[in-house]
Ligand binder design. Structure first.
Ligand code: G3H
Ligand code: 13P
Ligand code: NA
Ligand code: ZN
Length: 319
């Protein structure tokens, strides 16, 4: 059934596991997630960005998710807005029927300038008031992810906006949010780290400190794709041109989960799986032109990644 994120993350906190939040733009991605969830008996968070909503016309996505809830009645399903950039965007998702929204007030609505603390509190608090009225969950963010503007990784530059624990406490108190995204050195996209991480790539001490001060706040890790070598290799083997790159090791995410991380955002790994599978069909059987001939393997490849993450994050068996 459709659930608020609060319900799913409260359960995750009790059971000490994390829940993957996977981005979607279309039917096949939703189907991949639901099949993975059924196979592993996992609760599910499906999220749509602003880009996803405009790409798909969000009503299509909304009704696809209603279909998912109907066809997989045993699976707790959260429909979440990823990176809402204003109170209005969040309100439109709530009005549409999303059960959870993120108010990302870490940047000003221009998407570039780091916001003031006061702006972030005010916008997030306004969304909490709208949302809680309707049983909808709110994720807020404090600190700025690395490389958010250019997608080229933290690489040192992202680290100046690491979440300050003192501010995190004040932010949670003043907004009343349900889940808090923190910046601890992650970034969005495929190009997170330009060499193989040796040891910890994330600011784990910072995470631990935040969790100690906010033991009852569900923490969220964005930019949690692992960018696996095997998925990169399939793309490059079939004509793709990815540059050498590394993501966040799964063990690092698991360490986060042991320290209060309950929602783990993954998009890039699924994009890689889909693209590799499609390239493979195009190169190996160039005579094919029925979209199902490549969308089926693409869906299957994404399902495999999602099912693996569900097991690794510990949500498997908790549907
Ligand atoms: O946070 C970014 C997610 O990966 C969604 O990306 O804005 O390109 O849809 P998008
Ligand atoms: P990745 O780019 O690492 O998959 O992160 C996705 C994300 O944080 C969506 O909000
Ligand atoms: Na942000
Ligand atoms: Zn994100």
């Amino acid at each position: 059934p459709l659930c608020s994120m609060r319900q799913v993350l409260d359960e995750a906190a009790k059971g000490n596991y994390g829940v993957g939040a996977f981005n979607v733009n279309n039917m096949e991605q939703i189907q991949a997630i639901m099949e993975a969830a059924r196979e592993t008996q996992s609760p599910v968070i499906i999220q749509a960005s602003r880009g996803a909503r405009s790409y798909s016309q969000d009503k299509f996505l909304y009704h696809l998710m209603l279909a998912a809830a109907e066809l997989y009645p045993e699976i707790p399903l959260v429909m979440h807005l990823d990176h809402g950039n204003s109170v209005e965007t969040c309100k439109s998702a709530i009005d549409l029927g999303f059960t959870s929204v993120m108010m990302d007030g870490s940047l000003m609505p221009d998407g570039k300038t780091p916001s003031t603390f006061e702006y972030n509190v005010k916008a997030t608090r306004a969304v909490v008031e709208l949302a809680h009225d309707k049983g909808v969950t709110v994720e807020g963010e404090i600190g700025v992810l690395g490389g958010i503007e250019d997608g080229h990784g933290a690489g040192g530059t992202g680290l100046e906006h690491i979440t300050d624990p003192e501010q995190a406490v004040e932010f949670v108190e003043k907004t009343g949010l349900d889940a808090l995204a923190i910046a601890i050195g992650t970034s969005h996209g495929a190009y997170k780290f330009n060499k193989k991480p040796d040891g910890s790539v994330l600011k784990m001490q910072r995470l631990i400190e935040i969790h100690k001060r906010l033991p009852n706040t569900h923490l969220v890790m964005h930019g949690s794709s692992s960018v696996p070598k095997d998925l990169q290799d399939v793309i490059n083997q079939y004509g793709g041109q990815l540059k050498p790159t590394w993501g966040v090791p799964v063990e690092e995410i698991q360490l986060g989960i042991r320290n209060g991380v309950r929602k783990v955002n993954v998009d890039t790994d699924n994009r890689l799986a889909i693209t590799g599978a499609i390239r493979k069909v195009f190169i190996e059987t160039p005579e094919k032109f029925d979209p199902r001939d490549y969308l089926k393997p693409a869906r299957e490849a994404m399902k495999k990644v999602v099912a693996q993450r569900m097991k690794e994050f510990g949500q498997a068996g908790h549907a």
